[in-house]
Write a protein that binds this ligand. Structure first.
Ligand code: SF4
Length: 318
């Protein structure tokens, strides 16, 4: 007796674009790969080069060694600083030890570092909107002296924060925040400190804003959002939150294997996106797994075409 396979249930999939790798992540990964080619393995990397386990494991397999602190780097081997940026003390320490170091800090993060220095030169106290403990925040705080910068993490902080001279204040922001939340906090700071200066809008980078706008464009048409990204990736978490705020179920997965099929109960349309440090390969892995359970009707929803490319350090291109 022949057994006829039942047809798979249908599922509409809206794939947000842009998604995944940004120019800063692409550059940081290329720096590690080129450094291994040029100097030979091992090449040390201080902190995860970008917040993605798959990327880190792939680079480790090629000869990168990831450490948290510079004192774990032996003398005489090259070391790379991650895309999130580092406090000034780190390159200073590397120079003092005579280490050959390469800085993979995203140029958009370096721009915030320079803005911080400028505000201090203008004798302004910096109010920095960001998440406590994130490496980018640690790096930016490390550009100025303790006491010259204060973290503003929540709307409540923005409403209550006190400064010695309210007429000499500046604000800066982490690059990977929620566009909407940050706009509200900036508004509140401007209301409380009318003479505050800061970047036009905020420092949220093009990749973070574009990925959030792309998710907004699909959430009204789906009941479930899957964000491919790491739990410690700030921009990935903001994408997941955005889905939840739009009133749909939203989950962060690092790999396809983390998908829980219960999430699909009663779902006819799913949205897919990926954080700025998640490779496209992982998006395709999720789509391939979905295709084993559903008859997929895929549609890519593009809100912007990105063409940003950052230059590599001269030490790797000469
Ligand atoms: Fe640079 Fe933005 Fe990418 Fe961070 S998310 S590495 S700031 S482009």
């Amino acid at each position: 007796m022949s057994v006829t396979a039942l047809p798979l249930p249908s599922l509409k999939v809206l794939v947000a674009a842009p998604r995944g790798f940004c120019a800063g992540v692409d550059r940081a990964i290329t720096i590690v790969e080129l450094a291994i080619e040029r100097f030979g393995a091992p090449v040390y990397v201080r902190h995860e080069i970008v917040h993605n386990k798959f990327v880190v494991d792939s680079l480790r397999a090629k000869g990168a060694v990831f450490v948290e602190e510079l004192d774990q780097v032996p003398d005489g081997v090259p070391v790379i600083f991650s895309a999130h940026g580092v406090p000034k003390s780190i390159p200073a320490e590397a120079t003092a030890r005579g280490l050959n170091f390469l800085d993979a800090t995203c140029p958009l993060v370096s721009k915030v570092h320079r803005q911080a220095e400028r505000l201090v030169q203008q004798e302004r106290h910096i109010l920095f909107i960001g998440h406590d403990g994130h490496p980018e925040v640690i790096g930016t705080f490390g550009q100025v002296e303790r006491g010259q910068i204060t973290l503003v993490e929540t709307m409540e902080d923005a409403r209550t924060i006190m400064v010695a001279d309210p007429t000499r204040v500046g604000f800066l922001t982490q690059t990977t925040l929620s566009v909407d939340d940050t706009a509200e906090m900036v508004e509140e700071l401007k209301r409380r400190f009318p003479l505050i200066v800061g970047p036009k809008g905020e420092d949220i980078c093009y990749a973070t804003s574009n990925r959030q706008a792309a998710v907004k464009a699909i959430t009204e048409h789906c009941e479930l959002l899957l964000v491919i990204g790491a739990p410690n990736s700030s921009n990935s978490q903001r994408l997941r939150e955005l889905g939840q705020r739009e009133g749909i179920k939203a989950f962060l997965v690092q790999r396809a294997a983390e998908i829980d099929w219960d999430w699909f109960e009663g779902i006819s349309t799913v949205g897919i996106t990926a954080g700025a440090s998640a490779p496209e390969l992982l998006v395709q892995e999720v789509l391939a797994l979905l295709a084993t359970r559903f008859e997929l009707a895929k549609e890519e929803v593009t809100t912007t075409i990105e063409d940003v490319v950052f230059k590599l350090p001269r030490a790797l291109t000469n």
